[in-house]
Design a protein around this ligand. Structure first.
Ligand code: CO
Length: 147
């Protein structure tokens, strides 16, 4: 087995794991459990109407977990919760320094960017794209541009 690319190329796109997002049917119940059982520091809930979710942030030393509850039936996570009624891991988010070059590389290897392929403003005010789960072992990946 020979590595056909330089290490620089290998690591050029992906940065820190920014967050892991977990869809939950009841954010109050879920927050309570994380707080009481894990001793987690849970933020106050925020309502993000443009994303169709209520969210809390759970900070840990190396990354954060976001618990997401749908605001309505038309929320992007409603379908996921119909399939996973107890909740479950919805996506992971990596930081990238340059979304344009990351997108170019993804398209170059035939990976699919969801939607129209152009970045949207994500929950933290930064441009984000989402990648086709079937390209990544069934995992929805978000890439967030962090300057
Ligand atoms: Co996210």
């Amino acid at each position: 087995f020979v590595l056909e690319y330089s290490m620089g190329e290998f690591y050029s796109n992906i940065g820190r794991l920014n967050h892991i997002a977990i869809a939950v049917p009841n954010i109050t119940k879920a927050s309570d459990m994380w707080q009481k059982a894990l001793g987690a520091n849970v933020s106050k809930p925020q309502i993000l109407p443009e994303h169709g979710v209520k969210v809390v942030f759970i900070e840990s030393p190396n990354t954060k977990v976001e618990l997401l509850e749908p605001l309505s039936e038309s929320s992007p996570i409603s379908k996921f919760l119909q399939k996973n009624p107890n909740g479950g891991m919805h996506h992971i988010c990596y930081e990238v320094s340059d979304l344009k070059s990351a997108s170019k590389k993804l398209k170059g290897v035939g990976a699919t960017i969801l939607g129209d392929g152009s970045p949207k403003i994500g929950a933290h005010g930064n441009p984000v794209i989402f990648l086709q789960p079937s390209d990544f072992s069934g995992t929805l990946i978000e890439l967030e541009e962090i300057k």
